[in-house]
Write a protein that binds this ligand. Structure first.
Ligand code: EPZ
Length: 426
């Protein structure tokens, strides 16, 4: 059982290099199955969700080689026609991208229902709607989605709800379908655009990614490609908030400032200084922040994946802040843990009211999901005293070397591994 132990109160300074985007990588890696030649992916984050994706590819028979820590060569040609392993698929959300990619390659696929962070109800009706519209048949038995179609036919897919996952599955399914597909009410997140750029670099014909209407002309084959994944918008935002929470001054490098705009504008609104450069932002914290209102929305609105981290910062702002979670039903599970540290948060369904306090105190807390874990790190860094965070496996699913990067910026954070027997003895 691993823990982070943080001795807080140290300002974050210097610089940090942001890694590749998790939510782009976990879509682009399965997309290599669509090619009939090897692909080389660069700037791939070294995170557990990527490790699981690569394990699934290897189990299916793909030839996967790490060329260095963040560059992977994937040869999909030896892949066998077999079900995706249950436990691997269940340990992350994005395993559902193997549905569209294996369906395209073999005319059928068997993929267990996905797992991932518990954020309330996370149905797949929009994914299944898009497969049905393209002409596929599916059934769900024993926890496995079985899907088949001799041929997929291009069509019109008006989503009832903006969904990142369903938009990506529709693109991955339609890219080799017969004819044109028009996706309406599509998600516009940066990782949607990154996937479209990757597929187009393999010879696909996708237009409009990043807008709410995506047009895809199906092609008969996709060739190999070399592609660098975009920087992680959410990792960058997390570090911006960590610097602000510690009243620090640091340069966040290898970012696309445009992707960070919804975060930058909120930080500036409460009194954080953010200076934008071509591929970096400088954040200067001063520690006397104003309260504010945040509503999470699909991109380009304020990202739900930044909500817990921003809440951690607002616990130390003057006055009453309000957070409306516009995407998920249950994304305030971190509130209990922040209350252990002295935060004043009241939650009512999809809304949280935060009364600013002048300081938090260190405490033993638990990460309940990936971004909740990041929020606890930020709270721990901002307090004088020791914070111990358990269940950090959630955090390591989506952050590349988080503790190492923070230490390089002056934080006192260590990762401790406790064997089960010691834990029981304690
Ligand atoms: C993606 O999840 C991200 N995960 C999430 O990031 C992110 O929070 C979310 O998009 C929203 O931006 C990955 O990319 C792997 P959705 P996804 O489909 O695709 C409902 C992180 O921390 N919905 O856009 O699962 C759904 O319940 C993770 O990195 C349906 O009703 O999210 C939710 O309320 C956490 N039916 C809303 O839509 C469907 O078929 C948005 O979900 C699909 C979704």
């Amino acid at each position: 059982m691993d823990k982070y132990i943080i001795n807080g109160g140290k300002r974050l300074t210097g610089e940090v290099e942001i890694s590749g985007a998790k939510n782009a990588a976990v879509a682009i890696i399965p997309a290599t199955i669509l090619a009939d030649e090897p692909c080389i992916l660069e700037n791939v984050p070294s995170i557990n969700d990527v490790t699981i994706d690569l394990r699934i590819l290897r189990e299916l028979g793909a030839d996967v080689k790490m060329l260095n820590r963040n560059t992977i060569r994937i040869d999909p040609r030896p892949i066998r026609d077999m079900p995706v392993p249950y436990e691997l698929a269940r340990s992350m959300r994005a395993s559902y991208y193997f549905l569209s990619t294996l369906l395209n390659r073999f005319g059928h696929a068997q993929v267990p229902m996905p797992g991932g962070c518990y954020l309330g109800d996370r149905p797949m009706d929009q994914h299944l709607k898009c497969f049905r519209s393209l002409g596929a048949k599916y059934s769900i038995e024993h926890g496995v989605v079985n899907i088949e179609a001799d041929t997929l036919y291009g069509t019109h897919i008006p989503f009832d709800k903006v969904s990142v996952g369903a938009t990506i599955n529709a693109m991955l399914a339609a890219v080799k379908a017969e004819g044109q597909t028009i996706i309406e009410n599509a998600a516009k997140e940066p990782h949607i655009v990154d996937l479209a750029n990757f597929l187009n670099s393999m010879g696909a014909d996708i237009m409009g990614a990043g807008t709410d209407v995506i047009k895809i002309k199906g092609v008969s084959r996709l060739h190999g490609a070399e592609y660098a994944i975009i920087p992680d918008q959410i990792e960058a935002g997390t570090f911006m908030i960590a610097v602000a929470a510690t009243k620090g001054d640091a340069l966040i490098k290898n970012v696309i400032p445009k992707h960070l705009e919804p975060i930058t504008s909120k930080l500036r609104k409460i009194g954080v200084v953010v200076m934008e450069y071509d591929d970096s932002v400088r954040v200067i914290g001063q520690g006397n922040y104003e309260h504010t209102m945040v509503r999470t929305m699909p991109h380009p609105g304020f990202p739900t994946d930044m909500q817990p981290q921003f809440a951690a910062l607002l616990t130390l702002a003057n006055g009453t802040s309000i957070i409306n979670e516009g995407i998920f039903d249950n994304r305030f599970r971190y509130a209990d843990e922040l209350r252990r540290m002295g935060a004043d948060i009241s939650v009512d369904g999809k809304m949280a009211i935060i009364e600013g306090v002048d300081h938090l105190t260190g405490a033993p807390v638990k990460a309940t999901d990936l971004r909740a874990g990041a929020a606890l790190i930020i709270a721990g860094l901002s307090t004088d005293g020791v914070t111990e965070i358990e269940d950090i496996y959630h955090i390591e699913r989506g952050y590349d070397n988080m503790d190492g990067k923070l230490r390089a910026m002056g934080a006192d954070i260590v990762k401790r591994t406790f064997s089960e027997s010691i834990r029981q003895a304690i």
